[in-house]
Ligand binder design. Sequence first.
Ligand code: GCO
Ligand code: MG
Length: 405
Amino acid sequence: MKISDIKIFVTCPGRNFVTVKVITDNGLFGLGDATLNGREMAVVAYLQEHVAPCLIGKDAHAIEDIWQYLYKGVYWRKGAVNMAAIAGIDMALWDIKGKVAGLPVYQLLGGKSRKSVGLYAHASGDDIADTLLKAEALMAQGFKAIRLQSAVPGLKVTYGVLGDKENYYELQGNRPLPPEEDWSTPKYFNMVVELFKQAREKLGNDVQLLHDVHSRLTPIESARLGKLLEPYNLLFLEDASIAENQDSYKTIRQHTTTPLAIGETYNTIWDCKDLIQNQLIDYIRTAATHAGGITSLKRIADFAGIYNVKTAPHGAPDLSPICFAAHMHLNAWAPNFGIQEFVGFGTQEAQQIFTHDIQVKDGAAFVSDKPGLGVDFNEDAAALYPYKRSYLPVSRLEDGTLWNW
Ligand code: GCO
Ligand code: MG
């Protein structure tokens, strides 16, 4: 079974998605997600010009060899563009192997370790009261774990908190240049501790609570936040600080028992090797789309398991349902699965393009039993929504200093 063609699609049903379709000479195809938010066309060009020509004629079953060929073989290892391209191909090849075997991908990974996959939903409000109302609505829908975010009083905009007036979360398709948002750590501290204090008062102690700092704090500030939030018992505090220097998490770890999560921007196991090996984190959030596909996520999960680190894959709206499906198979299998982020399956238009039978009930998701990944891609529907250049915002301190994400 040889690879006979590779097609790349870019579609913007509310936001941009890059989809890889690998076609074989026996008439099968597999799908992968290679979306890199804000840099989508770099991956498209990389796949079309530099990856696809090398793979035509190769054995579509040789997933590991193709992964190594694209990783080691290019000389330029790692990198967001390279690893998203590898991810798109890798997912598509797992999809094909499952279709040939007549088995869902989780069976190829080793079978199910659990009946369903626990999810956490997002409550993001204009103020604390609004966030808690949204959290209550999610609890009423059956969610047992909720990420709480709230606008920071005194800042013009808070990332990821657009209220009900705008499309949920960050806008896409209408940001032809990066918007700029301001940031103030003191103002944030005033809000965030109060948010969790009121959350426990209003929501009780049974619901799991989470929070994403989007890397805005220094390690010692993160240590302080972790300590201040200890009474409110978070499931995890996400992306408290940047960890390019992985050792810096020792500072946070030494000061707080609040569990720590990181990894959604990581491209390889090397980005989190020290964090995991030194047990500086509790959850690793690498995404199949950004960290080299199912093949590398399986490796990261197994490595993390040795050190009591659980998986909590990224599930933001900039990952397509193909990535979500890949995560579902990994989550069903991984013995050290923790929790899956979940923000729905996108706009109505996106749901016409990407179709699947993943069920969500009472805060848990049920993996597809269809052969392969279990997602279909409607090319005609996708063609109705062409690519629109769009960016994530950049963050600046109030004095204009460019700040961390
Ligand atoms: C999350 C992420 C998102 C990212 C987005 C950027 O935890 O869901 O942090 O909020 O900002 O995926 O592309
Ligand atoms: Mg995050």
